[in-house]
Write a protein that binds this ligand. Structure first.
Ligand SMILES: [Zn+2]
Ligand SMILES: [Zn+2]
Length: 765
């Protein structure tokens, strides 16, 4: 027998065939949640509709998909679906470049990306996919905005934004290139304008407290936990009360509990509420604060040398008297400790040293001192995380459901009137604000008095959409158009939340942090009351990115790996296997073709070997002896093997029983290891163990042949059983080939029963 007797490994044909079979059976449809089966909502990241799937997406979804397929094979109910994050600047820029409306642009991108993801064979439930820019979806953002506004967690403040006079538009940070406008290259200046803010300070302590439990759960990986700690920016120290000349007290923090006597000044954040009170009856201070804010708190250089400083003209001293410390207002506080007041300790802190030099150069070194040291202090914590703006002066976003009425002021739109629709035929050019120029959008009636009013023409940043983007896939498609109050009352939300595992890139820390914050707000407000600890994600894996030659991939460097090219050359199973094999998720994957070659060779060899051993022979029995596969290095046997169905009895003494026992033991151990790897999402290790299992099977065959020249029926049965088990454990990683091999072995790879080795098809208790 030679390789011509079996079909060559043809990934394109196999993959098209398997994908058609999955579609036909609607195999990845989310089951109705049942009481008696474990439920896992595996949350992939929501891709921006940027145009193309890149190799980073392939890595991310290959990890999540392997886990989803593993969980289904064990008999769990799995929800694995996402929505496209289709609002925002990248889509708007893409539309400008393509000279089409953003809605047409994102539809085209989503369709293309869906096709790419389908060809890669990811087992998403496409019935639940959605686009955040669809009206039925962005009403969620509008509802959330109004709900958080009622709860005092959304508020209006003043922010600083980059402004281009030529284009008459505000610019995002990435649209400012060396201080000039990306579009017209004229200089950009900072302006102040009203902005909407999300208040996160209310939940910082709880987000912090819960980290310990998340860590103990064992299913939050170290990257994800570290990102949450980083965003939170916790600083431990002490606080003490100080008193102004007017008798009012101010609580002041320092991380340097043992150096309080070295404090030389008090630094206060411009966002500290006390600053407003001081400015209220101090015209000069008010003016200087205006200047400071116009300079831009967010964008001001992070260096203490250039950060704005305002002398408040005030001083604070300890409650027990002593020399007062001067008080300055500076945004250098915010980036280190949040919107608070701190002691300036030049001996301990470089920023404080610079400030002291700039403001207090001639201050006597011992101006304050002993009095402060004797003061009562108490342990305290501050967080660097701050409230942030959620509004943008751009047209491609969720309209903010607010109207401005001359008589009533700022009036929220009633929830029953949602959605406030975004005109779909907008064609942004990068100039002006297209939404503000649409009179049929802007002019409306005041929900309160019925008089003439104007709509808010800012839209919500797509980061705001991301706050809830993890919820709607829990809703059955048939309920998607129902009123939101009805949707939020569905048992489905209670069944699927919290998500059992988030699988996302390690740059998702801010998203996850803010989602955790909003989940707590919605728990307290009511709709997510069933999430007792306010945690939307029971587990979380953050993988690192894919790089090339040790550098980030970019068109500019010409080192971008295109998944479509790889798909064309090797097929989906090879790419998926390669991104899993090449590195553990927590490490950057430095792209190399050798991992692709290695994985492709493995699949080719396995294909050839399995065809030779699993495919039924002419007489109906599986052929388990000596055929050469299409791959190289396949252990082969010459044509002398007997092709009859002789068992041990017919072939003399059983010289190979111990080999069969050992093969079974090898397989059992391999499956245990692969299962443990999959439970921990250590896919690189799982793939290696799958490859080793194949080596063991081939090793077994050559030993049997060495012993008795050919395989008896029992030997052959053992080999087929091992190969079949190998096909099952290959399913999470190279699902097309695995299904094809199972079909070759006469099994139905599409059955709904649990198939993972060691899992009983009985419903677990
Ligand atoms: Zn410009
Ligand atoms: Zn009114």
């Amino acid at each position: 027998m030679n390789s011509r007797a079996f079909p060559e490994y043809d990934p394109h044909a196999i993959e098209a065939r398997r994908q058609a079979a999955w579609r036909e059976r609607d195999l990845f449809r989310t089951p109705d949640p049942a009481e008696d089966r474990p439920r896992r909502y595996i949350k992939p990241s929501a891709p921006f509709t940027s145009g193309n799937i890149h190799i980073g997406h392939v890595r991310s979804y290959s990890i999540g998909d392997a886990y989803a397929r593993f969980c289904r094979a064990r008999g769990d109910d799995v929800l694995f679906a996402f929505g496209f994050d289709s609002f925002g600047l990248p889509a708007e820029m893409g539309a400008i470049a393509g000279k089409v409306s953003p809605s047409a642009w994102v539809s085209r991108c989503a369709e293309h990306m869906t096709g790419q993801l389908e060809r890669l064979g990811f087992s998403f439930d496409w019935n639940r996919a959605f686009m955040s820019s669809d009206a039925v979806m962005y009403r969620w953002s509008q509802w959330l905005f109004l709900t958080l506004l009622e709860a005092g967690l959304v508020y209006r403040g003043t922010g600083t934004v980059d402004w281009c006079d030529t284009c008459q538009t505000t610019l995002a940070t990435i649209q400012v290139e060396d201080g000039t406008c990306w579009r017209c290259h004229n200089p950009v200046r900072l302006i102040q304008r009203p902005q909407w803010y999300l208040r996160i300070s209310t939940y910082l302590q709880e987000n912090d407290r819960n980290l310990e439990e998340l860590e103990q759960s064992g299913i939050w990986d170290e990257n994800a936990l570290a990102s949450q700690r980083f965003v939170l920016g916790r600083v431990d120290g002490v606080e003490l009360d100080m008193q102004g000349e007017d008798g009012a007290t101010l609580t002041v923090f320092t991380p340097h509990a043992d150096a309080i006597e070295q404090a030389r000044f008090v630094a206060v954040s411009p966002r500290h509420p006390q600053v407003e009170l001081w400015a209220a009856d101090d015209g000069e201070l008010r003016e200087r604060l205006e200047e400071l804010r116009a300079g831009g708190l967010e964008r001001a250089a992070r260096e203490a040398e250039t950060m704005p400083l305002v002398d408040s003209g005030r001083a604070l001293s300890s409650l027990s008297g002593g020399a007062p410390l001067p008080v300055i207002v500076t945004p250098t506080v915010d980036g280190r400790y949040g919107a608070t007041a701190v002691l300036g300790v030049p001996e301990r802190d470089r920023t404080d040293a610079v400030i002291a030099e700039r403001l207090l150069g001639d201050l006597p070194a011992d101006a304050a001192g002993a009095q402060l040291a004797s003061m009562d202090t108490r342990a305290a914590v501050r967080y660097r995380a701050n409230d942030f703006t959620i509004s943008r002066q751009r047209s491609w976003g969720t309209p903010i459901p607010i109207v401005y009425c001359e008589r009533c002021g700022t009036v929220p739109v009633g929830k029953e009137q949602l959605p406030v629709l975004l005109p779909l035929d907008l064609k942004p050019t990068g100039e002006g604000n297209p939404l503000a120029e649409r009179s049929e959008f802007v002019n409306t009636k005041c929900p309160s008095c019925g008089g003439e009013a104007k709509r808010e023409t800012d839209t919500l940043d797509c980061h705001f959409d991301a706050l809830w983007l993890w919820v709607p896939v829990c809703v059955p498609p048939s309920e998607r158009n129902a009123p939101l109050e009805q949707i939020l009352a569905l048992d489905d939300l209670r069944a699927w939340l919290p998500s059992e595992r988030v699988v996302a890139g390690s740059d998702s820390g801010n998203f996850v942090f803010d989602q955790r914050t909003v989940a707590k707000a919605l728990r307290d407000i009511g709709p997510l009351e069933f999430l007792k600890d306010g945690e939307p994600f029971a587990g979380c894996l953050f993988h690192e990115m894919v790089i090339a030659d040790g550098r980030k991939m970019s068109k500019h460097l010409g080192n971008v790996v295109d998944p479509d090219d790889l798909l064309e050359r090797y097929g989906a199973d090879t790419i998926r296997l390669a991104v899993l094999y090449a590195a553990r998720p927590q490490r950057a994957l430095n792209w190399s073709d050798s991992a692709v070659q290695r994985c492709h060779r493995f699949l080719r060899q396995l294909w050839g070997y399995a065809q030779a051993h699993l495919a039924p022979s002419a007489d109906g029995a599986a052929s388990a002896s000596g055929a050469q596969g299409s791959g190289d290095k396949v252990t082969t046997q010459d044509g002398t093997a007997t092709r009859d169905d002789a068992g041990v009895a017919a072939m003399g003494p059983d010289k190979t029983e111990h080999l069969r026992v050992r093969l079974a033991k090898w397989c059992e151990i391999a499956v245990e290891k692969i299962t443990a790897d999959l439970e921990e999402l250590q896919m690189h290790s799982a793939v290696r163990n799958v490859m080793r299992m194949f080596d063991r099977i081939r090793d077994y065959e050559s030993r049997v042949i060495a012993k008795r020249g050919s395989l008896c029926r029992e030997d052959r049965d053992a080999l087929i059983a091992a190969l079949t088990m190998l096909a099952v454990v290959l399913t999470p990683f190279a699902p097309h080939m695995a299904d094809e091999l199972l079909a070759t072995a006469g099994q139905d790879p599409l059955h709904a029963q649990p198939v993972w080795p060691g899992v009983s098809s009985e419903v677990p208790a």
